[in-house]
Design a protein around this ligand. Structure first.
Ligand SMILES: Cc1cc2nc3c(=O)[nH]c(=O)nc-3n(C[C@H](O)[C@H](O)[C@H](O)COP(=O)(O)O)c2cc1C
Length: 373
């Protein structure tokens, strides 16, 4: 361990008011283990996250801010007292194991489905079907045409994020991360294909970004900028309504430029998820994403998507990013920082059990030292 401990991934860093012992961040991973009607995290969640407490920082799975934000089966929430109590058990377990954990605040918008909403239509910027799949209790279903949010819907949703952030702190989380990207609610407002509004929340970049920035401001007021982070950027799957346009990069540049004003704890930037070579985002392929936004963003930057030990160390050493978030590697390697330290082989994910409902494939991946010789 000592010979490798000077690798950049394992150097400490201060993030907000947290001292992280290393720069290996666990990315948010939805695992669908809150299989109860109240969507409360369980003792199993506590065990799973505590096993991963050696991460410099744990980003929780996406957590719904309100009942109408729900759009994925068996994902826990953070609006009720029972959920706050359930999360307290999880954060306690992580802290007792020496770790730090922030809650990722999530609203699926049009990625949800009427199945979650007693038959009601999911909310979004405009009546545009995102042409994706929604993960319902009875399997994948095509998304539907959502209902455009009116001003009351927007005001209520901004307030829901503020309440969820306060609930996160009450539940013992060390902060929150706003899920501001991929295909979810805020990207539905940022994306010109899914936002056809003619009011102050549609049209110009400033207008399309208004909702997300109102949420950031509200969460910062609720719990402080030092405890508020965000996941945003131009990365999507490049499918359905989420195919990049000439506006995509400029919109992300605007949003990320404005985020500088808030002095947030971190910005998590996903690298490319698909081949961008024939898209308006071609310059963002490979490390292009981090090079591009490092120049625009002054705070702590977390790189993500298919980053391994060697590339992660290079990214930090070259100053392109401050930390690296690992998603899939944390599923089968609860002790990932140790494995990176000693360059141990990484265990392989048992994919059929990733989105299961039991301990199997969740809390039964052993730490490296525990493997038979
Ligand atoms: C099983 C699974 C669940 C995920 N759940 C979430 C989630 O709840 N919120 C989120 O922002 N990203 C989620 N992601 C994306 C990851 O956080 C991460 O951005 C992505 O896996 C790329 O990182 P990696 O290449 O290190 O896996 C999920 C990914 C996987 C594989």
């Amino acid at each position: 361990m000592n010979i490798e401990s000077n690798q950049p991934l394992l150097k400490p860093i201060r993030v907000g008011d947290l001292n992280l012992p290393n720069r290996v961040v666990m990315a948010s991973l939805t695992r669908m283990r809150a299989a109860n009607p109240e969507l409360v995290p369980t003792q199993l969640h506590a065990e799973y996250y505590a096993q991963r407490a050696s991460a410099g920082l744990i980003l929780s799975e996406g957590v719904f801010v309100s009942p109408e934000a729900v759009g994925w089966a068996n994902v826990p929430g953070l609006w009720s007292e029972a959920q706050v109590r359930g999360w307290s058990v999880v954060t306690d377990a992580v802290h007792r194991a020496g770790g730090r954990i922030v809650a990722q605040l999530w609203h699926t918008g049009s990625l949800g489905h009427p199945d979650f909403l007693a038959g009601k239509t999911p909310l979004s910027a405009s009546a545009v079907n995102p042409e994706q799949q929604s993960v319902t209790a009875s399997g994948h279903k095509p998304t539907v045409v959502p209902r455009p949010m009116d001003k009351d819907d927007i005001r209520r949703t901004v307030a829901d994020f503020g309440r969820a952030a306060r609930n996160a702190i009450a539940a013992g989380f060390d902060g929150v991360q706003i899920q501001g990207g991929y295909h979810y609610l805020f990207n539905q407002f940022l994306n010109v294909r899914t936002n056809l509004r003619t009011d102050e929340y549609g049209g110009s970049r400033e207008n399309r970004a208004r909702f997300l920035l109102e949420v950031v401001e509200t969460v910062v007021e609720a719990i402080g900028a030092h405890r508020t982070g965000i996941k945003t950027g131009p990365t999507t799957s490049e499918t359905g309504a989420f195919v990049s346009t000439d506006e995509t990069l400029a919109t992300s540049e605007y949003v990320i430029g404005r985020l500088n004003d808030f002095s947030l704890s971190h910005l998590l930037l996903m690298g490319a998820m698909s081949d961008l070579s024939a898209t308006p985002l071609a310059t963002l392929a490979g490390n292009g994403m981090f090079r591009h936004f490092r120049k625009l963003y002054r705070g702590n930057l977390i790189a993500n998507v298919e980053i391994d030990r060697a590339r992660g160390n290079r990214l930090i050493e070259s100053g392109l990013v401050d930390m690296v978030a690992f998603g899939r590697p944390f599923i089968a390697n609860p002790d990932l920082p140790t494995r990176l330290a000693i360059d141990a082989p990484l265990a392989v994910v048992d994919w059929p059990k990733v989105y299961g409902s039991a301990a199997e494939g969740y809390t039964d991946y052993p730490a490296f030292q525990a493997l038979p010789a």
